[in-house]
Design a protein around this ligand. Structure first.
Ligand SMILES: [Zn+2]
Ligand SMILES: [Zn+2]
Length: 217
């Protein structure tokens, strides 16, 4: 198990190996950092049932800007879409962790090691400087299926941004929010590309019978 890892309480970013002076993600200083063992004692990753096969995972108490991760129980095994910032080694194992984008790699390196899980991230996003120290097993660059999960890289919010669809559930962390008629595209990213990606999203979901959208919260 990696012994040197720090979690930024301001944003939830995991820093691997030596402690930096400031958080590379949000710029917070060291008094906001705790080591991952302390984080494991302080933060519980709590499941909330979304439907029969999908569970939302968030840390309690809230860990910075952490985005929700989701567990999908497929016929052939379980996977996560995105990853909690806190490491809880007593969570139920998954075979793979699929990232929508690299803003919150969470404690994916620790879960990967504990469960021998495979980490999937788009090749363009794997170039992101913020996640250079996080291991990625599969760098994909086009649509693919994994069991019954469909993956569609659309770009936009990040160059390799990827949405996932499982049955009638769309996983689209961080692309648009909040739910309801005030929804807007995420402004923290390149504007024009985000709009192009949104058009691709509309084309993908057209004709699909979706009932649930799983976003960052
Ligand atoms: Zn931070
Ligand atoms: Zn993001």
């Amino acid at each position: 198990m990696h012994s040197r890892q720090w979690v930024c309480r301001a944003c939830g970013y995991n820093m691997i190996s030596a402690m930096p002076d400031v958080c590379p993600f949000c710029g917070a200083v060291q008094d906001k950092f705790i080591n991952w063992e302390e984080a494991e004692k302080t933060y519980r990753v709590m499941p909330r049932q979304v439907n029969d096969s999908v569970t939302q995972l968030v840390s309690v108490p809230g860990l910075g800007l952490e985005h929700a991760a989701y567990r999908i129980e497929t016929q052939k095994g379980a996977v996560w879409i995105d990853c909690p910032s806190a490491f809880n080694r007593d969570l139920k194992a998954v075979d793979a962790i699929f990232f929508t984008h690299p803003h919150f790699m969470g404690a994916s390196n620790l879960y990967r090691k504990l469960w021998q899980a495979k980490v999937y991230l788009h090749a363009l996003d794997a170039e992101n400087i913020l996640m250079q120290s996080f291991p990625v097993d599969v760098r994909f660059n086009s649509d693919f299926n994994y069991q019954e999960i469909e993956a569609f890289p659309v770009g936009g919010h990040t160059p390799g941004y990827t949405l996932y669809i499982y049955q009638d559930v769309l996983f689209i962390c961080d692309y648009a929010f909040p739910p309801g008629n005030k929804m807007q595209l995420n402004p923290h990213g390149p504007n024009q590309e985000t709009i192009c990606g949104a058009q691709r999203i509309l084309a993908i979901i057209k004709g699909k019978q979706l009932t649930t959208v799983c976003g960052y919260n």
